[in-house]
Write a protein that binds this ligand. Sequence first.
Ligand code: CIR
Length: 253
Amino acid sequence: MFTKAIVKTPCKNMLNGITTAGLGKPDYNLALKQHKDYIHALKKCGLKVIVLDSDENFPDSTFVEDACLITPRCAIITNPGAESRKGETIRISKTIKELDLPVENIQSPGTLDAGDIMMVKNHYFAGLSDRTNYEGASQLNRILEKYGYTSSTIALKNVLHLKTGVSYLENNNLLAFGEFLDHPSFSSFNILAVDPDEFYAANSVWINGNVLVPMGFFKTIKMIKAAGYQTIEVDVSEFRKLDGGLSCLSLRF
Ligand code: CIR
């Protein structure tokens, strides 16, 4: 069960965020509205939402998931792989220190975006990507072991972050597409295969029995419902334009 979430209001400068999507510039006002709706969806799942102010110095800072990993036993401030995102950790650290959890840090030369980390009970899968390097994943492994957790790495091929392509929906159900469909690391899961033309919906989020799914991906929604979940559709089109998915917009704990 999750009880809380941290989100960060998008800044106007999000228009200059990092992107490979080729979908054009986001509409800032629409992004603000979508962010409010996203917060509403988190609340509907029973979460108390901590909303951080926007910060024009960091165009991608609304994607709070990358700057920190919160586990039930500790919080880990990351060292984001993109140069323009490294400073995002300063603001998030302040909020994390107010939580009742020990705080750890990933340090250079280790880099890690927590969008690359997927929690499955007491095990953490870490994607090795352009953002998360082997040193970062090794530091993470040492930290997690201290708290009684395990971790393993997965080399990514075609996705920005691990959770761009795979989402754990609890009850052994794994939503996945592309390179993860027959990945040996996931052979023991019940795979819910996302249709290639709905690949963006592979980044969906389980929260207390509900699954938040991006709006408009009908086949994926039908499949998730058939697996026994309630779904909540959230329109995040403006964040998609910056390669961001549903999970990136919050830290849930
Ligand atoms: C970036 O490239 O860093 C941002 N434009 C998008 C980050 C998305 N975060 C995530 O998938 N966890």
